[in-house]
Design a protein around this ligand. Structure first.
Ligand code: NAP
Length: 352
């Protein structure tokens, strides 16, 4: 085992897209687990668009360019303890345990600091079953799958024959949200960019996908959804959300999952009029997955495992090698140049 702990700290407030120079890699002392804690070595780390929103802004920067973190802080992935393990940003292998529920060599999920080694209360870790592929725990069967499932099952509730539109359709959450709606018998239209637009139609079976860079999203929605949109699963906010909002069918549901278009923007966009909400009896509901869905986690995993085994749920992961490449990868993710769920590999994966 190494004597020091490679860690990534924030070196300065990024201007626009985050760059490599905004971060610094440092060797720090190896954490020592206290009573009830577990020391694990990271295998994979999740990269998420909302990391941008947490970064510090330049002095006096307007919201949303001023996040919750400061220069000098350790970067954060996932939700810090005491959040449950599946909300953590890492999959790792136990090196030393001072918690009766874990032993050396166990595969675990949890933790939140951009570090190779973390000591975390065992109660805030999940032990992954032996058959789990480490990379799946951060995507299909972990937080991102659960977000898509919660949004679709609790709010979207697509019915056979309905028209469902999903933005960031080729992304970590959008891929699953769209395929869940397909499995429910809905007609599913994606909105994505570049290669992701081809991917969701040809590989995932979406009925169509609008390339937001190459096409006029509003005009294409008019053509593809002549009777309006029954469910819009919103991962991005901004202009794409407004185009979908204007085309909702009566009794439509908008699942407000995320605002990826705003995390790197210098100011918040103008809001839309709420008049259509009343006129069309729309339901618009935001949700944050760690609020009140924990008791549905098993049901979610069962359904996704079954869909995956039957070939009706596909998922792609882009693996980035090492912390030093994570900032550039985060910038690519924010620009929509990711190929599926992005994870960073920090150590050897015993699950292959
Ligand atoms: N509610 C919750 O509990 C919860 C939990 C976790 C994450 N989230 C949110 O869920 C959303 C999706 O997360 P994810 O991890 O699956 O990310 P992702 O979809 O893999 O990546 C974000 C995608 O957003 C799209 N995008 C970026 N800038 C855009 C812009 N200006 N206009 C339109 N689209 C843009 C890009 O896709 P294209 O270029 O292909 O369009 C990009 O690939 C995020 O907003 C995230 O913050 C919510």
């Amino acid at each position: 085992m190494e004597q020091t702990n490679l860690s990534m700290r924030i070196a300065r407030a990024p201007e626009g897209l985050p760059r490599r120079e905004d971060f610094v890699l440092v060797e720090e002392p190896m954490p020592v687990p206290g009573e009830g804690e577990v020391l694990f070595r990271a295998i994979y780390m999740s990269l998420d668009p909302s990391m941008r929103r947490k970064l510090p802004g330049p002095e006096g920067a307007p919201v949303p360019l001023g996040g919750t973190q400061s220069v000098g802080d350790l970067m954060i992935a996932g939700v810090p303890p005491p959040a449950r393990g599946y909300m953590g940003g890492f999959v790792g292998q136990v090196v030393e345990s001072r918690h009766s529920g874990f032993a050396q060599g166990d595969l675990v999920q949890g933790g939140c600091w951009w570090q190779h080694y973390q000591a975390v209360p065992g109660d805030c870790l999940v032990k992954l079953p032996l058959e789990t592929k480490a990379s799946e725990a951060l995507g299909l069967l972990g937080q991102h799958g659960f977000v898509a499932w919660c949004g679709m099952r609790n709010i979207g509730k697509a019915k056979p024959g309905e028209t469902v539109v999903v933005s960031a359709a080729g992304g970590a959450i959008g891929m699953i949200a769209g395929q869940l709606a397909k499995a429910d018998g809905a007609r599913v239209i994606g909105i994505a960019s570049g290669e992701n637009s081809r991917f969701v139609v040809e590989e995932l079976g979406f009925d169509a996908c609008i390339d937001r860079h190459a096409e006029d999203v509003a005009q294409r929605l008019d053509r593809l959804c002549p009777d309006g949109i029954d469910v819009y699963f919103d991962n991005v906010g901004g202009d794409v959300m407004l185009a979908a909002y204007d085309r909702m069918a009566d009794f439509g549901r908008i699942v407000v999952c995320g605002m990826a278009s705003e995390y790197n923007a210098p100011e918040l966009p103008f809001g839309a009029s709420l008049r259509p909400v009343l006129r069309k009896r729309l339901r618009i509901e935001g949700f944050v997955v760690y609020d009140h869905y924990e008791d549905q986690f098993e049901q979610f995993q069962q359904e996704l495992r079954a869909l995956s085994a039957s070939g009706r749920m596909k998922y792609r992961i882009e693996v980035i090698d090492g912390f030093e490449n994570a900032p550039d990868a985060l910038a690519r993710l924010l620009e929509g140049r990711n190929k599926g769920k992005m994870i960073v590999q920090l150590g050897p994966d015993p699950t292959g």
